[in-house]
Design a protein around this ligand. Structure first.
Ligand SMILES: C[S@@+](CC[C@H](N)C(=O)[O-])C[C@H]1O[C@@H](n2cnc3c(N)ncnc32)[C@H](O)[C@@H]1O
Length: 362
C-alpha cells in the first residue's frame, strides 16, 4: 500500500483518523505494519491493509495477525492491539457480519492454491463479455479525465477489469480497490502492484469523506445485503465533481417462474463466478439514490437480452482470441436490436444487466 494514500483513510469502526506504523517497507510502499485509530488496530499484510470493522472481521484471523505483529509494534500500537484482541474475543456475531464473512470465505476459496497461475490469469485472460461493455459504456468516458485523480473500486475482487482496461500505471492515476475477501485483494495487488488494495466492506468504506474522484462497482453491489447503503457510502467519499459508475445485473420480470428449476437454469447460464448472495439491482432506485446526492446520469446502457444470455454460453466455449472477441462484438449488436424491439414488448426477455455512470457537478 502506497504511503500517499494514508491521509485518505479512516477507521472503519469510529470514522477517526488512522496512524500507520510500518514494520516492513520498500521506498514509499508499505509491506506490513499496523494501522491504529484510538483503540482499534488493523494489520497490513503483504501490502494489503485489513480495514474491517469489528462486526465484519474474521475474529480468529484478525487476532492471529495482530498477535504476530505485537512484539515488533511500537507501544502506542501495542495498546490498540491489546484492546482490539480483547474486544474481538468478547464480541458476538451479527447477521451482517455473518453475511460478509460468508462472502469472504467464498471468494478467498476462489483464488485457489496456485496463486502464480491466478496472477497470470488476471493479467492475461481476455473475458470479452465483460471487458467490451465495461470499456465501451463506462471506462472510455472516464479515461480522458482520469490522470492524477483517485479512483476507488468497491468489491474489486482481483481488479481484473481495471488491470486490463484502465491500468493505473499506464493512465497515471491512483487506484484504491476494496474487497471483503483478503485473498482476492492480495491477488489484485500481486497482479497490479501499482494499485492499492484494502480488505474492507463496501458498506463501511474506510475512506474519508469527499476525497475520491471516481467510484466504480463491477458486479459487486448485487452481492451486498444493502446495495443502496453502499451507494450512499460511495456518495459520501466522493468529491463535489466526482463520478460513480456500476455494472450490475438488474431486476426484470422472470421468464421462468421462481423455483428450483429457474435456479438451476440461471446457474447453468452464468458466465461469471458468483457467491450464493446473488441479488439484482433496481436501476431506477440506484439512480434515485445517486440523484439525492447530486449525481446525474451521464451514460446509461441497458443490455443482456435472453438471446445474448443463451448465445453467450456458446460463444464462451471458443478460446478467448480475436475471433471470440468479434463474435461477442456481433452478439452485442444483436443484443442491442433485441433490447430495442422484442424487449420493448416484454421485459421478460431482458434487459437483465445495466452499466451506468453518474456525475456530480461540472
Ligand atoms: C462477482 S465478484 C466481482 C469482482 C470484480 N469486481 C470483478 O468484476 O471481477 C463480487 C465481489 O464482491 C466482493 N464483495 C462481496 N461483499 C462485499 C462487501 N461487503 N464489501 C466489499 N466487497 C464485497 C466479493 O468478495 C467479490 O470479490
Amino acid at each position: 500500500m502506497l504511503e500517499c494514500i494514508l491521509p485518505l483513510l479512516q477507521c472503519p469502526n469510529s470514522g477517526n483518523e488512522l496512524e500507520c506504523h510500518p514494520l516492513e517497507r520498500t521506498e514509499k510502499d508499505i509491506k506490513s505494519g499496523v494501522m491504529v485509530g484510538g483503540d482499534y488496530a488493523y494489520p497490513i499484510v503483504e501490502h494489503v491493509a485489513v480495514l474491517l470493522s469489528d462486526e465484519d472481521a474474521d475474529a480468529a484471523n484478525h487476532i492471529h495477525l495482530l498477535q504476530k505483529m505485537r512484539s515488533s509494534a511500537p507501544k502506542a500500537a501495542r495498546l490498540a492491539i491489546d484492546a482490539t484482541i480483547e474486544r474481538l474475543t468478547a464480541q458476538s456475531d451479527t447477521e451482517l457480519g455473518r453475511w460478509n464473512r460468508d462472502e469472504m470465505a467464498y471468494y478467498d476459496k476462489g483464488v485457489g492454491p496456485d496463486v502464480d497461475a491466478a496472477v497470470q490469469d488476471v493479467r492475461n485472460r481476455d473475458i470479452w463479455q465483460i471487458f467490451l461493455p465495461r470499456q465501451q459504456h463506462m471506462l472510455r468516458h472516464l479515461a480522458p479525465s482520469i490522470q492524477d485523480s483517485i479512483l476507488l473500486e468497491i468489491g474489486c475482487g482481483s481488479a481484473r477489469t481495471i488491470n486490463r482496461c484502465l491500468n493505473p500505471s499506464l493512465h497515471s492515476y491512483g487506484y484504491i480497490g476494496i474487497d471483503i475477501s483478503y485473498g482476492k485483494a492480495a491477488l489484485g495487488r500481486r497482479a497490479m502492484p501499482s494499485g492499492n488494495f484494502i480488505q474492507a466492506s463496501a458498506l463501511k468504506i474506510p475512506i474519508r469523506s469527499g476525497v475520491i474522484d471516481a467510484t466504480l462497482a463491477f458486479g459487486a453491489l448485487h452481492h451486498l445485503p444493502d446495495p443502496d447503503a453502499a451507494l450512499r457510502e460511495c456518495a459520501r467519499v466522493s468529491r463535489q465533481t466526482a463520478w460513480i459508475g456500476a455494472h450490475e445485473p438488474i431486476n426484470s420480470p422472470k421468464l421462468i417462474p421462481d423455483g428450483e428449476f429457474r435456479n438451476r437454469v440461471e446457474k447453468a447460464l452464468e458466465e461469471y463466478e458468483h457467491s450464493e448472495h446473488d441479488n439484482e439491482i433496481s436501476l431506477e432506485a440506484s439512480l434515485e439514490t445517486l440523484a439525492s446526492f447530486g449525481f446525474q446520469p451521464a451514460h446509461i446502457h441497458e443490455y443482456l437480452s435472453i438471446v445474448f444470455t443463451l448465445c453467450a454460453k456458446v460463444v464462451s466455449k471458443f478460446p478467448p482470441n480475436r475471433f471470440q472477441k468479434h463474435l461477442f462484438q456481433l452478439l452485442f449488436l444483436v443484443d442491442a436490436c433485441m433490447i430495442q424491439t422484442i424487449c420493448r414488448l416484454s421485459r421478460r426477455f431482458g434487459p437483465r444487466g445495466a452499466i451506468f455512470l453518474a456525475k456530480r457537478g461540472r
